[in-house]
Design a protein around this ligand. Structure first.
Ligand SMILES: [Fe+2]
Length: 210
């Protein structure tokens, strides 16, 4: 058996950009993101030897390890997508633009909701494609451990204070307006579109639902 170990991926480190200082980005990437990878791997190692004879939803060693594994693993997934969404402003690929227009009315209406979603969140604002309905949703989550299932995130905005506090202190709106949105890249979403037949899923699911 080869046990899964997460890899720290230095190649995902965002390039310098307006609106977010190197100090802010370095702290976020080299300390926070790396910390999640280190802890996930520590948990993976401990899980191998943990006592599985007395599991309990109130307290048990295996429960604590599994709770924190979800926290760290989701955090790694979301951060790795977030770095790729901070890659210089770009427009959504045409199929996603069309989905946004159909589901939200217009790109600007989507952006307004995505921004408000972020400013209402303590953790993340995530635009995701739902594989069960073929629709796009802006999901708010306050914690890495809480999220929607069976969805493919396309646009991810980190709203934890560690994402902006060095540059913007408590003025989170400036982080969104000056730090994230001007650098918001759809290249990650385009890669997801190449990997998954989202337009085909959507057409088939919307036809079924009609
Ligand atoms: Fe973060």
């Amino acid at each position: 058996m080869v046990q899964f170990q997460a890899q720290f991926k230095p190649e995902l480190k965002p390039k310098p950009m307006p609106g977010l200082s190197d100090r802010q980005l370095n702290d976020h990437f080299d300390i926070k993101y790396k910390g999640y990878v280190t802890k996930l791997n520590e948990i993976q190692t401990k899980l191998k030897g943990v006592n599985k004879e007395a599991p309990s939803p109130n307290y048990s060693d295996i429960r604590e390890l599994l709770v924190e594994r979800l926290f760290n693993y989701n955090s790694i997934k979301l951060h790795e997508a977030y770095w790729q969404c901070l890659a210089g402003a770009s427009d959504p690929p045409e199929p996603i633009k069309q989905m946004i227009t159909e589901d939200f009315g217009s790109y600007n209406t989507w952006k307004e909701e995505f921004k408000a979603c972020g400013l209402s969140a303590r953790g993340w604002s995530i635009c995701a494609f739902d594989l069960d309905t073929g629709r796009l949703f802006n999901f708010l989550t306050d914690n890495h451990s809480i999220g929607a299932w069976n969805v493919i995130p396309l646009m991810i905005m980190d709203m934890y204070e560690h994402a902006y506090y060095i540059d913007y202190g408590g003025t989170v709106k400036r982080y969104v307006e000056e730090g994230f949105l001007p650098n918001m890249s759809w290249k990650y979403a385009a890669r997801m579109l190449e990997r998954h037949p989202l337009s085909e899923y959507r057409t088939s699911l919307l036809e079924k639902a009609a």
